[in-house]
Design a protein around this ligand. Structure first.
Ligand SMILES: *Cc1c(COP(=O)(O)O)cnc(C)c1O
Length: 396
């Protein structure tokens, strides 16, 4: 017997969200300007977006779009089946080979999203006899992956390898996996991978890095956080990268030793029991990867824009954080004030993420500003100016 009506339950939960200033609503992008990927029309209003993860502006790159069209013409729009049935096309195979080569790993396996890749990798490596160690600020998909695996989850203080070492030392039984974001998605700071790798070596643990925001962006060749620190593949034996951010496409891959990848193909349920990535999406990811590999210019524009934003934000006493990546949060704290500043910015032509709990810890609501290679100097200056007015217009 159910005592709770569905409509009462839903109304109550949504009302609670509203009361606490945490209500979320979908905004619809009605148009993207054909020659400026950051100029969007949302809900009838034109604005410059500083909230996406298309860091290299590849989602609208003509070469990437052309590859996408040709992928559809060659293999159809959908893959038609899972990878282990008939969904693994020559486009998938070539992307795997090119990615393994680019990352300097023996092999990769594709997943339909980063979320699924994390669930599949952690769930295959770990079971209820094991322990997963995670940074407190890891992406939700890594936390969910540990929970779903049935392993014990131990979280350690953000970027604190000493705290990790204590937890590792206090855990005797089973296999141990340390999983960390490479670049933290809401903070923009970079995990201390050399220290994590050292602790993993000392305590017989495996290190897995989710490099969704480092891939294509960090390292002199755009290979991500592992290249940024000059680490060897053996330091980070399990590497997850996604195609939805800097590659401007969709999907993900896990890269590693040939046996590891073969095991994932055998056992990762999120790889086996889902339709393979659409061939046009894979073709687009290949074209984007070739640009990342062959042309440092978009990455250089991106880093110049990050520097311009940071210099101007500091000069204007905006609450910048310690981040050298394209993710530049401005910490506010109060949920309602964050939402109202976000609304003010949209009214004045700028779209930034107004991020509140549970995406970030209580009391750390923030504006999440992201830079791309295509932002123009006057757009960055305009955002800084409007941010100053927004902070003044919405008092604490
Ligand atoms: C975006 C993101 C994911 C999820 O990737 P999708 O391909 O969007 O599912 C996983 N981890 C991190 C750190 C992310 O930022």
């Amino acid at each position: 017997m159910s005592a709770v009506s569905l409509s009462d339950m839903t109304a109550e939960r949504v009302a609670k969200r509203r009361e606490s200033g945490l209500y979320r609503r979908l905004r619809t992008v009605e148009r993207t300007d054909s020659d400026d990927p950051n100029r969007l029309r949302i809900d009838g209003k034109d604005c410059v977006a500083f909230c996406g993860n298309d860091y290299l502006s590849l989602r609208t790159h003509p070469v990437v779009i052309d590859a996408c069209k040709r992928g559809a013409e060659a293999f159809g729009v959908g893959s038609g089946a899972s990878q282990l049935i008939s969904g693994h096309t020559a486009e998938h195979r070539r992307l795997e080979e090119e990615l393994a080569d680019f990352l300097g790993r023996p092999r990769v396996v594709l997943f339909s999203s980063g979320y699924l890749a994390n669930l599949g990798a952690v769930g295959t490596l770990m079971d209820r006899h094991d322990t997963v160690f995670e940074d407190r600020l890891n992406h939700a998909s890594l936390l969910d992956a540990a929970r779903l695996s049935g392993a014990r989850l131990k979280r350690y203080r953000h970027r604190d390898a000493g705290a990790l070492a204590e937890r590792l030392a206090g855990t005797a039984r089973g296999k141990r996996l340390v999983a960390s974001d490479g670049v933290f998605s809401m903070d923009g700071d970079i995990a201390r991978l050399p220290e994590l790798a050292k602790q993993c070596a000392r305590h017989d643990a495996w290190l897995m890095v989710d490099d969704a925001h480092g891939f294509g962006v960090l390292g002199s060749g755009g290979r991500g956080t592992v290249e940024h620190f000059g680490l060897a593949a053996s330091d980070v034996p399990v590497l997850m990268v996604t195609f939805g951010k800097a590659l401007g496409s969709a999907g993900a891959a896990v890269a590693g030793a040939a046996d590891l990848i073969d095991m994932l193909i055998q056992h990762a349920r999120t790889c086996i029991y889902t339709t393979a990535l659409p061939p046009p999406v894979v073709a687009a990811a290949r074209a984007a990867l070739a640009i990342v590999r062959d042309d440092p210019a978009p990455r250089q524009c991106l880093h110049a824009n990050v520097a311009r934003f940071r210099a101007a934000a500091s000069q204007n006493s905006l609450p910048v954080c310690d981040s050298e990546t394209p993710i530049q949060p401005l910490l506010i704290g109060d949920n309602r004030r964050t939402a109202r500043i976000g609304d003010f910015l949209i009214e004045h032509g700028y779209w930034v993420g107004a991020i509140r709990p549970p995406t970030v810890p209580d009391g750390t609501a923030r504006l999440r500003i992201t830079l791309s290679s295509a932002h123009r100097p006057e757009q960055i200056d305009g955002l800084i100016d409007t941010l100053g007015r927004a902070f003044a217009a919405v008092p604490e």
